[in-house]
Write a protein that binds this ligand. Structure first.
Ligand code: UDP
Length: 498
């Protein structure tokens, strides 16, 4: 067990104690680390539930909250990998070798239920007052009911995508749809919307996942509300409609990534970075403001080998400065061959290739960055919005296509690269057709980055979104107020030892 923060919860007589239970995947865990920091900064005590391997990845976060005197306790529970046929130490989604093992992984996580219950029963001086659980952890519902405390869910989605998820899943919109590419009109959505089954989450066709999905969606109906990483002004219509549809309180407390004020804490977010932050900063500082395009497909990206080659050639042809994160998610040995050294040699004055984990938030916020080629992950989308940069949207699978719709149709701060098909998670080694050619990449990058390239209005809108995000998050803004109210309304419980 690791303890961080300044106290053990015995100090206040009315101390809110939030129990945060993230999904063990970087895209789910990272926003929860931001949430932990925010709740603690607002005076709450936080138990952050994790496992040994994941805790070691959270070392930077743990050190930061400790240095800041925040009451965040990282609670490590044993992860039963072997019992579920997983290799020893396979405790994070990005360590699974095959998507067929996803149900094993989910059931192994569910085994945290008993040890978590035992830990929470022990907290007599600081009894838990609210559980905020990843939506996917159906098993936290029983714990909350046993303890008689509220359970809020967090999926990481914005209001727009949360509403689509809720309507489509709970109304079985795609149940009898045979043609995965048929456009289906989504009724009860506040603005016109057509979707295909293929471009929706929960379409992985992995045996055993359907039952798990049912479990957590049924449990969602019993939750006491939802926390979302968004802010009111960005998508008022959708957040309000989400609240009306679910008939449950929606707490929009984002963009949570704005809790980071300095480069150190931004660089400590997620995995260990492949270079020291000074090296990135030195390179970025040498570039003209707004001149660099940042290319990253998140932590689980499944870009096909052929597609990576086209992306490389397109970036090279565009002649624009770039930072390209190539191996954060794509664990492809062949990448070495395609990224032949001459490429990096040829672009060395204007291109940086990052093999491994990049300090994405820090890079995005640097003034040299003027555009973001993104897979439209739930976090990357909101991080791009906060950075005030227009985006080239390149979704791969699942709700990334919905986030693209928010960026393209609602916010209008984008160039679509024109993805037609789905590149499903875990399918990167399959022989599939290249979907985006080098010419399309070059054209999109030039449209986004060229002065007079047609994106100036997008850029103005992007900057406007970033200003609104900051206002919502800072003191006096609705997200700031919502955190305070969240603590007041769900968090306080009398301290038995106070
Ligand atoms: N991220 C990062 N460095 C990387 C890759 C990803 O810091 O090299 C962070 C990124 O800033 C975001 C998260 O990892 O917070 C990825 O989440 P997202 O929802 O965008 O995508 P996912 O990885 O879940 O597909």
């Amino acid at each position: 067990m690791t303890f961080t923060g300044s106290g053990d919860g015995q100090s206040g007589s009315m101390r809110a104690h939030f129990v945060l239970v993230p999904m063990l995947a970087q895209g789910h865990t990272i926003p929860i680390t931001d949430m932990a920091r925010l709740l603690a900064e607002h005076g709450a005590h936080v138990s952050f539930i994790t496992t040994p391997v994941n805790a070691s990845r959270l070392a930077g976060f743990a050190a930061d909250v400790e240095a800041s005197g925040l009451e965040v306790r990282l609670m490590e529970l044993h992860f039963p990998s072997a019992e579920f046929g997983l290799p020893d130490g396979c405790e994070n989604l990005d360590m699974i070798q095959s998507t067929d093992l996803l149900p094993n992984f989910m059931y192994a996580i569910a085994m945290l239920q008993e040890p978590l219950k035992a830990y929470l029963h022990e907290q007599q001086c600081s009894p838990p007052s609210c559980i905020i659980s990843d939506l996917i952890h159906w098993w936290t519902g029983d714990i909350a009911r046993e303890l008689g405390i509220p359970r809020l869910t967090f999926s990481g989605f914005c209001g727009f995508s949360s509403l689509i998820r809720y309507i489509t899943f709970h109304n079985n919109v795609f149940e009898n749809v045979k043609d995965e590419n048929e456009l289906i009109t989504i009724r009860r959505f506040p603005t016109p919307l057509e979707l295909t089954k293929a471009k929706c989450p929960g379409n992985l066709s992995i045996p055993g996942m359907e039952q798990i999905r049912k479990k957590f969606l049924e449990e969602e109906l019993r939750s006491d509300g939802q926390v979302i990483n968004s802010f009111q002004e960005l998508e008022t219509l959708y957040i309000e409609s989400f609240e009306q549809t679910t008939k449950k309180k929606v707490w929009a407390i984002g963009p949570m990534c704005l809790c980071h004020q300095d480069n150190n804490t931004m660089a400590a977010r997620g995995n260990k970075t492949s270079m020291g932050e000074a090296q990135y900063l030195q390179w970025l500082d040498s570039m003209k403001p707004g001149s660099v395009v940042f290319v990253s497909f998140g932590s689980l990206a499944c870009t096909t080998p052929q597609q990576l080659v086209e992306l490389r050639l397109g970036l090279e042809a565009s002649r624009k400065p770039f930072i390209w994160v190539i191996e954060a998610g794509a664990k492809l040995p062949e990448v070495k061959e395609w990224l032949a050294d001459e490429f990096e040699e040829r672009v060395k004055n204007r291109g940086m290739v990052i093999r491994g984990w990049a300090p994405q938030l820090m890079i995005l916020r640097h003034q040299a960055v003027g555009g973001f080629v993104t897979h439209c992950g739930r976090n990357s989308t909101i991080e791009g919005i906060c950075a005030g940069v227009p985006m080239i949207t390149w979704p791969h699978f699942g709700e990334q296509f919905w986030n693209q719709k928010l960026v393209v149709d609602v916010l209008k701060i984008r160039v679509e690269v024109g993805v037609k098909g789905v590149t499903q998670w875990g399918s990167e080694k399959q022989e599939v057709m290249v979907t985006i050619t080098r010419d399309e990449v070059e054209k999109a990058v030039n449209t986004l980055m060229d002065e007079g390239g047609g994106c100036r209005r997008d850029e103005v809108r992007a900057k406007d979104c970033a200003i609104k995000a900051r206002k919502a998050f800072d003191e006096g803004g609705p997200s700031h107020d919502n955190i305070r109210l969240l603590i007041q309304e769900t968090g306080n419980k009398t301290n038995a030892c106070g």
